[in-house]
Design a protein around this ligand. Sequence first.
Ligand code: AP5
Length: 221
Amino acid sequence: MNVVLFGPPGAGKGTQAERLAAKFAFLHLSSGDVLRAERKSGTELGARVAGYMDSGALVPDEIIVEVILARVLKADSKAGVLLDGFPRTLPQARQLDEALVGAGSRLDLVLSIVVPDELIVERITGRRMCPSTGKIYHVKYLPPKQAGICDETGEELIQRKDDTEEVVKQRLAAYHEQTEPLEVYYRQQGLLVEVDGTRDIGAVAQDMGAIVERHLGRENS
Ligand code: AP5
């Protein structure tokens, strides 16, 4: 089963992906994490995407499509792939469809986490993450046991460079302009299911888990 997690920056895609992947054994593929890893390793690709990411703009389609589709097609997971942050434009969505069909597969479900812009800035500016595992925390909504320290690795938590109020506004603008039209694309295909992402993390996770279970039930019946 192949699932896309859809929603604005800070909606909770990464947070919920971690939980869904653990529950259903999906392979979690986050386009943002892939790009940040490239930057951390100092690759040429990392250098090419840095300016876009730091300003809150989308990386050009031709770059991201090549990078992510190669990973989707190589994914070795019986349960399926959970895409987080990709696709984000219509050309990306179309190329994903084509690649999956070419591989004898398809997209089964698009889970859209609905959160209004007013809540996004607080969520994003309060986000902290583990520098080595990428585990996500929030200073208020999901604090670590010891302030500023990862529960699992004991490392000092970091803040993403693009998690400032100024850049968040650009990311939201890019989302509304380039990504939101995908809702119509997936709704027309009957794949889009919306989840109210304004509730606490556990409640959202429960809903999303139940939706995936229902789809799996249908697939197996
Ligand atoms: P990316 O890393 O994908 O960033 P994003 O889409 O902006 O999403 P975020 O990671 O900011 O948010 P999220 O929804 O995962 O929220 P999270 O779970 O962390 O992309 C970064 C950049 O890379 C882009 O700007 C672009 O330049 C480039 N890029 C990536 N993919 C691309 C593509 N396909 N095409 C072109 N360019 C691309 O939650 C946020 C915070 O809120 C956390 O602190 C969390 O603890 C908290 N939280 C989560 N849920 C709740 C809740 N229910 N209640 C309270 N707090 C919550």
